[in-house]
Design a protein around this ligand. Structure first.
Ligand code: ATP
Ligand code: MG
Length: 778
């Protein structure tokens, strides 16, 4: 079937060339707003429509989940339009709403559902759910396919435990956050603990490598992965196992990556491995596997602090081009027309970025008129700045009926800057959304319910278990929980193994044994059910049976009502997810919540958007306020004496300016209260680099508190006055009335406070207190 002429006519000749490219590597490089993402989306549609590539053979990587969703919707629409014409000779918009829905659902079932479109993280999680059980890391650690995905707060908790409790280190010298950062960076560069230690041959390096090892142990013990592992472990698995690599080679015939300039080494290796046919050099069904299509802009590389490396983009042709010269047009397309911004905005962005030395010059021509001049405002302080911004928003919205709140974005360098704007927006009753504020999935009640669900799916997840075993209150105290956890730790088993065993619980938990056992029974019930029942049913069941909803209802406060609504919303989300993805399982829903990012909160609804410049990548807004252009804030103080870091800040500024379609406002303050103290502020270096003739001046132009030492007090144990200690040791054999012959595998505590782990033939391991239970030595 010939290509749909309508469908490709929405592209310029260079875009069209990239979209029609069928096989082999292709790099699309171009400045902001030149239609790179659009070209990538259309190419997917073209592969299926024109070349009849099966949707499941296409793998496309986007930068956010939201972008993935938009891309799927866009593709769905393109197909629905095509089908409407083919089937009934009518344009899609002329069909009745019912017919349109029917058509789209048909497209969904036959096409979009089968496409592999998502972020690196979500795609890797999907593959690992199928194959992770065949993986073993260098230390012999293994995971099951029902693994949990730990979020940042879970990870920080583990780090702190390891540093403070396990290693007894000073958490001021080894701050969990900075250790975590070092480990994450190591992972993103593909370094294991040993490689890390080799790269940092000093005391600190050795300690961090040790924490890294223990951290991996803890993850494996919880059957959990962190975000970085999702990619790294898949890379290692593919490296280890030729058969699996072969399988995915055959699966993915076409790879596409958006925002390629922010790819890190591990992600690059994944692409490289999937795109290169290391196993089967022969061609497959007439085309080779090296169909890899990437789009990016080195001037927008802003994630080097997360180990992104834009030389990966620069080296694309060398890496994938089969020896073709770097400027060979068979492997590279440049887009030079900007469709997003006015000429004024574009020229300003171009002039700014030319101050960077580490870049390749490129052309970016406007397709739109000059537009409004850029307004530059100097405020007295941050409150004055917020006043100015909100006043502009109000005026523009009032004066132009076509402008809605959703057309505005306020972009800043650090999250802390949002508060002043929020206060002012609230005062004027203007609806707004803070992207990257407290995420829905980070709220306490949502984390509680998700912990229940994670535990139901993966009972080895001790982090989740500890979070909710006494939520709502079941009379299970911290001391009891500590005893149970340390027993589990000493035996090297998940906490779940202890709490589901009648005898062990009775031995260790005293009065709360009954509630623990009831709790364990409930989890076991839903664990079994989750294999066959829908996620929504499990959520409803567990919310009722656990007493979580009842306890919120009983509180009767406004806050509790709010929490109830959020919990209800989570239930709704699970139903919606099942409908949209055709997969009602708990596992699939949980994976989607774990990977939801801040940007997914950005509703289509009409609210002013507030976000950091980092979050704004790839987005566009008619009216943009770029605020806080002050030395030390933007550019950030860390970059002031580091040339490379300063260039990255400048790229961030370039990203900010190029988000604007019609109008741009830039502001700075003479004085600013940030992190507590009020300081005079100098205008940003970047302001002096902007072309004067485009600017219109509107007015004369921490130390975080240390957390308290968390070293846990040793749990008080009250000795039983009427018991006599008996000296038990590992290897002792004994006889129990009910369980029969057993052997001591572990002794906890000392003196007359001991408990024993005993392995019995047939019934397995039990924890027993020799003071309470009669045990006869044999
Ligand atoms: P960024 O570098 O910021 O990610 P980009 O290169 O991915 O930008 P897109 O977001 O794809 O650019 O496109 C920018 C805007 O231009 C979008 O609104 C898009 O719809 C529009 N656009 C792209 N190509 C064309 C075209 N050929 N004709 C009309 N509009 C276009
Ligand atoms: Mg884009």
């Amino acid at each position: 079937m010939p290509a749909d002429p309508d469908f490709l006519s929405h592209l310029n000749p260079s875009q069209r060339r990239s979209v029609e490219h069928f096989c082999g590597p292709l790099l699309v490089v171009a400045g902001a707003g030149s239609g790179k993402t659009r070209a990538l989306t259309f190419r997917i549609a073209n592969l299926v429509l024109t070349h009849r590539v099966a949707p499941e053979n296409i793998l496309a990587v986007t930068f956010t989940n939201k972008a993935a969703k938009e891309m799927k919707e866009r593709i769905e629409r393109l197909f629905a339009e095509r089908l409407a014409l083919e089937d009934g000779g009518k344009a899609l918009d002329l069909l009745s709403p019912y017919e349109q829905t029917k058509l789209r659902s048909r497209v969904y079932k036959t096409i979009t559902k089968h496409l592999w479109i998502g972020t690196f993280h979500s795609l890797c999680a999907r593959i690992l759910r199928l194959d992770i059980e065949k993986f073993k890391d260098g230390q012999g650690r293994q995971w099951q396919r029902n693994f949990s995905i730990f979020d940042e707060s879970d990870v920080q908790g583990l780090m702190k435990d390891i540093i403070v409790k396990q290693l007894n280190l000073d958490d001021r010298k080894f701050q969990p956050r900075s250790v975590r950062f070092a480990i994450s960076n190591a992972k993103n560069q593909g370094l294991g603990p040993e490689d890390y230690e080799a790269s940092q041959p000093n005391y600190r390096g050795r300690v961090i490598a040790n924490v890294y090892n223990l951290y991996q142990d803890a993850l494996a013990a919880n059957n959990a992965l962190d975000f970085d592992d999702l990619i790294r472990i898949l890379v290692d698995l593919l490296r280890q196992n030729d058969a699996i690599l072969d399988y995915w080679h055959r699966q993915f015939h076409h790879l596409l990556v958006d925002e390629y300039q922010d790819t890190n080494r591990t992600q690059y290796e994944l692409i490289q491995m999937l795109a290169t046919n290391g196993v089967h050099p022969q061609q497959f069904q007439g085309w080779n596997y090296r169909s890899v299509f990437v789009v990016g802009d080195a001037d927008q590389s802003i994630y080097s602090f997360r180990a992104a490396d834009f030389t990966i983009l620069m080296d694309f042709q060398k890496d994938f081009g089969d020896g073709l010269p770097d400027d060979d047009t068979r492997t590279m397309v440049k887009l030079e027309d900007n469709y997003r911004s006015t000429e004024t905005i574009l020229q300003t962005a171009n002039e700014l970025i030319e101050n960077n030395t580490e870049r390749i010059d490129k052309i970016l021509k406007p397709t739109r008129g000059a537009g409004e001049p850029i307004t530059c405002f100097r405020a007295d302080d941050e409150l004055h700045e917020a006043e100015f911004v909100v006043e502009q928003i109000r005026n523009l919205e009032m004066q132009h009926p076509e402008i809605t709140w959703g057309d505005f974005a306020i972009l800043y360098r650090t999250n802390a800057q949002s508060r002043a704007f929020e206060d002012m927006l609230v005062r004027w009753n203007i609806p707004y959304t803070v992207v990257g504020g407290l995420k829905f999935y980070d709220r306490r009640e949502i984390k509680d319910v998700l912990s229940y669900l994670r535990l139901v799916m993966n009972p080895a997840d001790s982090v989740s278990l500890q979070r909710i075993i006494n939520v709502p209150r079941r009379g299970i105290g911290k001391t009891t929980l500590d005893r149970l956890s340390s027993a589990a730790q000493e035996l090297g088993v998940p906490l779940w193994e202890i709490i589901r065993d009648d005898t062990s619980v009775k031995t260790l938990a005293g009065r709360s044994a009954k509630s623990i056992l009831n709790f364990a029974q409930m989890i076991q019930h839903w664990h079994t059910a989750h294999e066959t029942q829908a996620g929504a049913e499990i959520i409803q069941g567990i919310l009722e049976q656990s007493g979580y909803v009842d306890s919120l209802k009983a509180q009767g406060t406004e806050e509790a009502d709010d929490r109830l609504r959020n919990v209800q919303e989570l239930y709704n989300a699970s139903i919606q997810f099942a409908e949209e993805n055709g997969d009602p399982s708990l596992t699939a829903f949980l994976a989607s919540t774990a990977l939801a990012s801040d940007l997914d909160n950005l509703e289509e609804s009409s609210t002013v958007s507030l976000m950091t410049l980092h979050s704004a990548k790839g987005l566009e807004f008619p009216i943009v306020f770029l605020v806080g252009l002050e030395q030390g804030l933007f550019p950030n103080f860390r970059s002031l004496d580091d040339a490379a870091a300063l260039e990255e800040e400048r790229r961030l500024c370039y990203v900010g300016i190029t988000r604007a379609q019609d109008q741009l406002f830039i502001s700075h303050a003479r004085e600013r209260r940030l992190y507590g103290s009020r300081e005079p502020a100098m205008p940003s270096l970047f302001l002096s680099e902007l072309p004067k003739e485009q600017l219109e001046a509107r007015s004369p132009l921490a130390i975080p508190k240390r957390p308290p030492n968390m070293a846990a007090p040793s749990p008080p144990v009250s000795p039983h006055p009427n018991t006599h200690a008996q000296d038990w040791g590992v290897g002792d054999r004994l006889l129990h009335k009910g369980f029969g012959l057993g052997e001591v595998t572990h002794v906890f505590g000392a003196g007359n406070k001991i408990c024993l782990a005993v392995k019995f033939a047939g019934v397995g391991q039990k924890i027993l207190d020799p003071k309470v239970t009669r045990l006869d030595r044999v």
